[in-house]
Design a protein around this ligand. Structure first.
Ligand code: GLY
Length: 566
């Protein structure tokens, strides 16, 4: 499908176009518009590959798979084959489905594995180095998606990524800056010099080639799922584990299986919301938030007005308290899904909300400590020319996962074990409190906030939405839906709009720089809210179906995110 030479020229010219044109201009309010099909992802090359797959006859799922593998090459901080994620699918016949390819705890994992003899959390053990890694699910997930929905061959979908890994890709300004901040950690957690290390500072336009990763992708291309979970790549992962107290074994890899799950669905102002079920908390929390919003005229109150932000913060602290108590892997605990989605249950909780003052989180429940690590996950939204849609959110957890690149195999491992409650009641790196429901157990999946979401209106596809951002994923998706549905924004405008976030603990509203006027900030403080100004929240990749059937992309200007279509 792609001749190597053509693809290289194509990718090089795309980078040139991207770096010279798009990013030097003011952030546009209107996103790219396409007639038929679109991909929005964290990197222009990955989006371009997805579009090319569809032009060559692939459907939305084919495009998403190819984009996912491409992100593993050009967006290594979150794109991955060493991590996991979730996919939500809606076909043009209205059928919906979702796939859980979340990482799992290794068989040797145990409840107190990150605690010292005094029962205290050991610093960095669940976030850095080999022991932080769960069993990767991403490759199995891509094969499961392909088996059910794919039309092109998996070999065709992986080929462009192999070519980029072999020939190299050029660093954007944001990627360059990020890599230069990670050099010390890469050196500390690797016993060899990975392609992402350099003895000089990386510079914009430098090329990264990844021959080991190319070989691993070839192995997967030739041997299918087993090219990752068995044979040489599995040997390389297990050898890596043995160097640093990691627990992932050959049996863990061989036995990993993705799970098809019934999507979480709900209604909001006549729209149907289709999102991810546990072990992600995303779908349930999103529907709970929307239920609490529906009774209020927030479009009259205004975007980011005092009253709107106060309502959102009050809803969020209650929903995140529920998340901490009730949510975990449904294969291990009974998640009370129906009750949490029950409007009477939510209404009763929300009836306590006062518009005269903030409720201190301590009156909702207990715990604290702010996040310390940048949340790195990534999202792909795709719509094809036949109206099939897929939303995939995938992650290594932190930026570059546990910072360990598997020697010889060329990919970073996740640090998803930190999404468990290592010590129930104590916060994880995102400041999220968890309870027994999310305690570590062998083979269990850790709770997630990933919220890949599809929205329909009058049975027609309307939006495909998702973002990285750790605990802020849910509230970023929530605000983006409100921006379009309540505040009448287009897709790009909704993505550009400044965000805020509350997660119960820490008891504060995180506010993006310039999100709120000084008056609104003062008024919120008078109501009793603590505000913390923060740099960036989320990096959305979204697609909106316009009334005339064309597609508008929403690619987040906070990152290198790019929507492309035809
Ligand atoms: N690792 C972030 C999440 O799954 O929520």
């Amino acid at each position: 499908m792609f001749s190597s030479k053509c693809f290289f020229i194509f990718s090089f010219s795309l980078f040139t176009l991207y770096s010279c044109v798009n990013r030097n201009q003011q952030i546009p309010l209107r996103g790219i518009i396409s007639e038929k099909a679109m991909v929005s992802s964290a990197h222009p090359l990955a989006s371009a590959i997805g579009v090319e797959i569809m032009k060559n006859g692939g459907n939305a799922i084919d495009a998403a798979i190819a984009t996912h593998f491409a992100l593993a090459v050009v967006y290594p901080q979150a794109g991955n084959i060493g991590g996991g994620g979730f996919a939500v699918i809606r076909l043009n016949n209205g059928s919906i489905n979702s796939l859980d390819f979340r990482e799992k705890a290794p068989a040797l994992a145990h409840r107190d594995m990150y605690l010292n003899a005094d029962g205290q959390l050991i610093d960095l053990k669940s976030t850095h180095g080999h022991m932080a890694s769960g069993v990767p699910g991403a490759v199995d997930g891509m094969f499961a998606l392909h088996q059910k929905y794919g039309t092109l061959t998996m070999a065709e979908l992986i080929e462009p990524s192999i070519e980029i890994a072999q020939r190299g890709y050029t660093l954007t300004p944001l990627a360059t800056k990020l890599l230069n901040t990670k050099q010390e950690e890469f050196q500390k957690y690797n016993r060899w010099s990975t392609p992402y290390q350099s003895d000089h500072n990386w510079e914009v336009g430098d090329t990264i080639t990844q021959p080991d990763l190319a070989k691993t992708l070839e192995n997967i291309q030739t041997n299918g799922r087993n090219g990752f979970y068995e044979g040489i790549v599995a040997d390389q992962i297990v050898a890596e584990m043995q160097i640093g107290e990691g627990l992932v074994s050959h049996a863990d890899l061989k036995n990993y299986q993705s799970v098809w799950r019934k999507p979480i669905t709900g209604k909001y102002r006549g729209h149907q919301i289709i999102s991810m079920a546990p072990p992600s908390s995303g779908g349930i929390a999103l529907i709970q938030l929307l239920q609490g919003t529906e009774d209020y005229p927030i479009s009259d109150w205004g975007h980011n007005s005092t009253k709107t932000i106060h309502l959102m913060a009050e809803l969020e602290r209650r929903v995140y308290a529920d998340r901490a108590t009730f949510l975990g892997d449904p294969d291990y605990i009974d998640v009370p899904i129906d009750q949490l989605l029950d409007s009477a249950y939510n209404q009763k909780r929300y009836d306590e909300i006062s518009f005269l003052k903030a409720t201190p989180s301590v009156l909702v429940s207990s715990g604290k400590i702010p996040p310390s690590e940048s949340p790195e996950t990534t999202h792909i939204s795709v719509v094809d020319a036949n109206g099939n849609a897929v939303a995939i959110t995938t992650t290594l957890n932190s930026s570059f996962g546990n910072k360990v690149m598997v020697k010889g195999a060329g990919f970073f491992l996740n640090n998803e074990m930190d999404d468990f409650s290592s010590k129930p009641g104590s916060p994880n790196q995102f400041g999220l409190i968890g309870g027994e429901a999310n305690a570590i157990a062998p083979h269990k999946r850790m709770l997630s906030s990933m919220t890949p979401t599809i929205v329909t209106y009058k049975d027609k596809l309307k939006m495909v939405v998702g973002t990285p951002g750790g605990s802020t994923i849910i509230t970023s998706v929530y605000q983006t839906l409100l921006n379009v549905i309540d505040h009448g924004m287009g897709m790009q405008e909704a993505v550009n709009a400044k965000r805020v976030h509350h997660q119960w603990y820490p008891d504060e509203i995180r506010v993006e720089t310039d999100a709120l006027t000084e008056n609104v900030q003062n008024d919120l403080e008078k109501l009793g809210h603590q505000l913390r100004i923060t740099d960036k929240i989320g990096r959305m990749d979204c697609i909106l179906v316009l009334p005339d059937g064309r597609l508008e992309g929403g690619a987040d200007p906070r990152g290198d995110n790019t929507a492309l279509g035809y």
